[in-house]
Design a protein around this ligand. Sequence first.
Ligand code: ADP
Ligand code: MG
Length: 421
Amino acid sequence: MDIDALLLNFLFILLPIFLTYMVFSLKPDLHRHLKTTIITIFSSLSIIMCMNYSIQLVEGFYYDLRVLPFTLTLLYAGHRVGFFVLIITAVYRFSIGGDGFVVTVILFLALFAGTALLVKKFEQSSLKGRLFIPPFIIVLFQLAVVFNYKYIFQHDFHFTFGEWVTIFSINILGMLFVTYIIELLMKITKIQEELVKTEKLKVVSELAASVSHEIKNPLTVTRSIIQLVMNQKDKIPEEKQQYYFEVAIEELERANRMLTDYMTLSKPQVDRIEPIDLSQEVIKTIHLITPLAKMKGIYVKMSVEKSGIIQGDKAKLHQCLLNLMKNGIEAMEEGGTLQVETWSKQSDCNIKIKDNGTGMNEAELKRLGTPYYSTKDGGTGLGMVVVYSLVKIMEGSIDIQSRPSEGTNVVLSFPTIIRTR
Ligand code: ADP
Ligand code: MG
């Protein structure tokens, strides 16, 4: 058997899978149709290249691994994509010419029909089932091919039993291997998404403590005002009463605002791209983080000017800013100032988050953003992972400068879509 061609077949199957994974993980927000198109193109290419490197085992009997990508496309991407790929494959097979076109198409139609029946079952299966179904389909298909050649075309193969075992094994083990790789890549993608959620939950629960603490103040103030006015209604002049009520309403407003901001953050993540007024969102985040800062004796200094409209996902931006501000606050155990600044330059909006805390040396700075790297008790080491990935998704950039015992300066830039100044 031509081992080179066989290895090339495997390469043509695995390469598109890795490429698809790369594209999808670099651009997770791609539109569904675009994703489908990419899968269709890659798997068609995969099949066509496998066909180009067929191995002639005996006169008139060609062998290659095209069934693998075809079956997997059908199972993972559904019958619509599978059908498209089938058509493209058939057209290409026709253009090569030679007899066997009709046989190939009939066999593939049978494979298509048989696999389509199993798609639902496959989707609902656990990993074990998912590893079993594709090789199972391949066995049936191989039997059909052999039957077809032997009894319908009356080919005499003269293969020994050992040779049959080899052909079947390559297909079955190959299928098992490729399916396992796909499952592995899908698992990695899932874990990455989980990471983002974990960090979010952590931030939400930590803020809940400080927000609920902070909300007590306005409520207490309002309560004592109402009590005061109620008890001494006759002794307090009218305009003084008016003033007290205004203060009470203001305090309630403040509590309301705090809760609203908090709820925006804890809302389940909606992946929605929308125009965002950057400075407005930065102010919201500062409101949200201020109680936490106060609790730790840290002064939040903000200089936020109207900076322009950027494009992205609000919930994700909040998360990103919060993680950075929280890191700044946590770096200043002995108190200090957290400085937040926004400004715009020609084509981008910038945010600076600066602390005068512990800072990091070069080695630490390099490790920043590596999953689970944390120097804190109870730290997750996911905050910066989330920040980096979100900035990337929103096509922004990040620049971090830090010096041990002096502090850290983080600057984020996002492309402006509308300028507001
Ligand atoms: P966590 O905050 O859970 O530890 P992060 O990914 O947010 O995880 O941060 C990773 C590590 O990077 C922190 O443990 C800390 O050592 C360091 N770090 C991050 N931001 C700062 C900062 N502003 N100043 C000093 N060290 C920082
Ligand atoms: Mg953190």
